[in-house]
Design a protein around this ligand. Structure first.
Ligand code: B3K
Ligand code: ZN
Length: 844
């Protein structure tokens, strides 16, 4: 297939004024009747009538009531039509039960559901399946199931049928239908505009009682969007449905969000603090899409970051408000570096707004989402919070009801703030993570920072230009006082100097505070300076960053010289861990060592070739050294950080549990897991249960506990996903591949379920040392399963192929092994478009 290019965009030939759909549900022969009012688009450049359609069985078609015989291709149909408004009618037949790709209309454990973004509506009926065609939809569902849902407001219903009307024009990718035996957890919310909204979270009867937290998170999201962005909800109902088989996290269909069950269902016994946090974040994210995505949508799929970057930015703001901004920022940056920097530095690097794609589903990436959100954070930093609020108000005002572009988005900022964003726009078109090289000097009371920026070449982009980079800095005096509070320096050139005058002594710089831009900061720094910042920095992010950098340097030295961990680091860590003025959640984060994959990336950026096994061994040694050095502190923290009262998933208790479980994990290295075993046995919530089990698995123990866990949770699929994932991801490097293989033979390894597949196969890819086993067995197992899954579910398979994106940084032997597996996949007959594009890019 030919790639689609941004530069080839043309407006739709026809617009749609109205859509009426009728579904006669049947597992293998659902009939879909459509009646669509078309009208020639005055802005069109050509007049060809083309409707997308894939895998549809066309029964009949009419134009203005007269039967027609369209020309049908695998991609859609064309037909001669009047040069005036007309009505298209069609009947197609589809088979939801055999739809294993989980795109279009499919079945999951007896319920019907849909996933249309990006281009799944064309698997439901013939339609101009592009986001710049927006129309109001009326839907009638006929089927022998108690709950029948679609977008918008309920219009009428009876036994075995229901009608829905969505007054807000929307693109087809936001269409949704759900039918099944479902029960609701319900609430009511009155908007600031006085609209009473019925809220329902629909789950399967067996999961009743596990949707309270999702409902609570929804109500808080609705309030927050009114308060912070002035955005109110615009329908009489808001429905959310939990589905077991789902390719991603969730989907923001208008008025009918569909969620992967793992991001809805929670009870203290079955969900961890992390699960609760994810539920809150994703509920908010999908809800926020109602304005940023649905009311204002994307002109074409190249503009995906317009809705995703902005909505991620909004959900991050929300979570920061609901929890702790500092902790949230640190967690977001850990994730950004682990996923987006890794992507940006490898063969899959692409701009936040890509310029071409073969399969758009391959571009729902960390770059579009997370870097897209960072770009908005930088914009806000550059124009200030008031400028940002003004620009957003103008955005909603100017583009409501439209399908917009990044140009529209930036123009709003220019018009609202008077700022020229021509150079800033490079953030959307230039791939790769910029590196900042910083040196400094001090003379006659003047401190000068010399900053150089450089973005490495990425696929298709050999030359890079300087970008606008907000660099937040503060200066500390040698006694630890802040002499220059946070100031944002604006880099625009390849090299620039910034001077600070009137200083009594050479200051210690705190650079890139709050991680003010998604860049890599290169600066020669001593361990003393890092320890100083860890102790004194007023910026919580940089305080954490100083500790993180220390840990990294220690690990790099341990790897290079087989050195013992530096005592200065261990002492600094101990002081921080003891500091009761610090938030427990922050302390838990600071005690977490950099991940193995992150270390591999760090070594690579220092020009070394990382050895995954050596990294694992060094990190284990450091953990044991930290455990021993801080010895007596662990039982103290463990005793102190209890949470009196009933379990609450809120940030305060979750932070205490995180610190307590960190202590427990270090303690396990000293008492061979004795305390972890008692903790596991006494646990009354999943956070404690998983925390104790992980501590045991990490030291090579926990067999009995794993069995007990499986007996207890055998019937809970979401909890069993954890059981599958944990033992693979925490397996000893030498047994990881065998563990994964053994689990694929487990009777409950239902590999067509994306969550279960991700638990086992994804779990292996997350066990860096195991996956990168020198024999290539990990690569082979993953490739085998990608091939197998690709035949039934291309989207989830293609997504997991990114596990191979780090091959260029590995040694030659591993490179050859991975390339051989990628070539083996590429050579398969009948490979999906998704997978073909991914392996092609991975190999180029
Ligand atoms: N917009 C959806 C993602 C759709 C992915 C299609 N492959 C969820 C979200 O970002 O909110
Ligand atoms: Zn989204």
């Amino acid at each position: 297939p030919q790639p689609v290019r941004l530069s080839d965009y043309t407006p739709p030939a026809f617009l749609v004024d109205k859509v009426e759909l009728t579904f006669h549900l049947h597992p293998t022969a659902t009939r879909v009747l459509s009646k669509i009012a078309f009208r020639p688009n005055p802005a069109a450049v050509e007049r060809r009538f083309f409707l997308h359609g894939e895998g549809l069985d066309l029964v009949s078609a009419q134009i203005d009531g007269t039967p027609v015989t369209p020309d049908i291709t695998p991609e859609g149909l064309t037909c001669t039509v009047p040069d005036a408004p007309f009505t298209w009618q069609a009947e197609v037949r589809i088979s939801p039960e055999t739809n294993t790709a989980l795109e279009g209309l499919y079945m999951s454990n007896g319920m019907y559901c849909t996933q249309c973004e990006a281009e799944g509506f064309r698997k439901i009926t013939y339609y101009p399946d592009r986001p710049d065609v927006m129309a109001p939809f009326t839907v009638r569902i006929e089927g022998d199931l108690p709950v029948l849902l679609s977008n918008g407001n309920p219009a009428a219903q009876g036994a075995g049928w229901a009608e829905w009307h969505d007054p807000w024009p929307k693109p087809a990718y936001l269409f949704a239908l759900v039918a099944g035996e479902l029960v609701a957890t319900s609430g009511r919310f009155t908007t600031c505009e006085g609209r009473a909204v019925d809220l329902n979270i629909w789950v399967r009867p067996a999961d009743q009682g596990k949707a309270d937290y999702a409902l609570d998170a929804l109500i808080r999201s609705m309030k927050w969007d009114e308060r912070v962005y002035g955005r109110a909800y615009d329908l009489d109902v808001f429905n959310i449905v939990a589905v077991d088989d789902f390719n991603m996290g969730a989907m923001e269909n208008k008025g009918l969000n569909i969620f992967n069950a793992r991001y809805v269902l929670a009870s203290p016994e079955t969900a961890t603090d992390r699960d609760y946090e994810n539920i809150e974040r994703i509920i908010a994210h999908e809800y926020f899409h109602n304005w940023t995505g649905n009311r204002i949508t994307c002109r074409d799929w190249f503009q995906l970051c317009l809705k995703e970057g902005l909505t991620v930015f909004r959900d991050q703001q929300f979570a920061g408000d609901a929890r702790s901004h500092a902790v949230k920022r640190i967690e977001d940056v850990i994730a950004l570096r682990a996923r987006q920097f890794r992507e940006d530095g490898g063969p899959l690097a692409h701009p936040v707004r890509p310029e071409s794609y073969t399969e758009i589903n391959n571009f729902y990436t960390a770059t579009v989402y997370e870097k897209g959100a960072e770009v908005i954070g930088m914009l806000r930093r550059l124009v200030g919070p008031e400028g940002y609020d003004k620009a957003l108000a103008l955005y909603f005002d100017r583009h409501d009801g439209e399908a917009a572009t990044i140009e529209d988005w930036l123009k709003v900022f220019e018009d609202a703030t008077g700022r020229d964003l021509t150079q800033f726009k490079r953030w959307y078109s230039q791939a790769g993570t910029p590196r900042l090289h910083v040196t400094d000097d001090f003379k006659d009371g003047t401190y000068t920072l010399h900053v150089e920026q450089e973005t490495p070449p990425t696929p298709g982009q050999p030359e890079k230009h300087p970008q606008v980079i907000p660099l937040a800095v503060g200066l500390l005096s040698p006694n630890g006082d802040e002499v220059v509070p946070t100031t944002v320096l604006e880099l625009t050139e390849e090299a620039q100097n910034f001077a600070f005058e009137g200083l009594g002594a050479r200051p210690v710089p705190s650079l890139l505070r709050g991680f003010s831009a998604p860049v890599i900061l290169d600066r020669e720094t001593s361990a003393e300076e890092r320890a100083f910042l860890l102790a004194h920095d007023t910026d919580p992010f940089n305080k954490w960053e100083a500790g993180r950098a220390l840990a990294r340097d220690v690990l790099v030295a341990m790897l290079a010289e087989n050195a013992a961990p530096a005592p200065a680091y261990l002492d600094a860590l101990a002081a921080m861990a003891r500091d009761e003025a610090l938030d427990p959640a922050f302390r838990a984060l600071a005690l977490r060592l950099p991940g193995e994959d992150q270390l591999a990336e760090d070594l690579h950026s220092r020009g070394q070739t990382p050895d995954p096994l050596a990294i694992h061994a060094a990190r284990e040694r450091l953990k044991t050294a930290v455990a021993a050095h801080l010895g007596a502190l662990w039982p103290q923290l463990y005793d102190q950080m209890t949470c009196p009262g009933a379990y609450s998933p809120g940030a305060a208790d979750a932070g205490r549990r995180a610190l307590r479980l960190t202590a427990l994990a270090y303690l396990a290295r000293l008492d061979r897991g004795a305390r972890a075993r008692t903790h596991f046995a006494a646990a009354d919530n999943m956070t404690d249960e998983i925390g104790a089990l992980s501590a045991l698995l990490e030291i090579g123990a926990g067999r009995d506990e794993l069995d007990r866990f499986a007996r207890r949770w055998r019937d809970d699929r979401l909890v069993m996903d954890k059981w599958f994932a944990l033992q693979v991801s925490l397996a000893h490097p030498e047994t990881a591949v065998d563990t994964a293989r053994r689990l694929t033979e487990h009777p409950d390894f239902n590999w067509k379920n994306p969550n279960r597949f991700r638990a086992v196969i994804g779990g292996l890819t997350m066990n860096a040392a195991g996956f990168h086993d020198g024999s290539g067995a990990g690569y082979r197992l993953v490739a085998d399963w990608l091939i197998r899954l690709d035949a039934v579910n291309p989207q989830t398979a293609a997504r997991m192929s990114t596990a191979f994106e780090t091959w260029p940084r590995l040694d030659r032997a591993r490179q050859a092994l991975i390339r051989a597996e990628l070539n083996r996949i590429a050579a398969r007959e009948g490979l999906s478009r998704d997978m073909a594009e991914m392996v092609g890019r991975l190999l180029s």
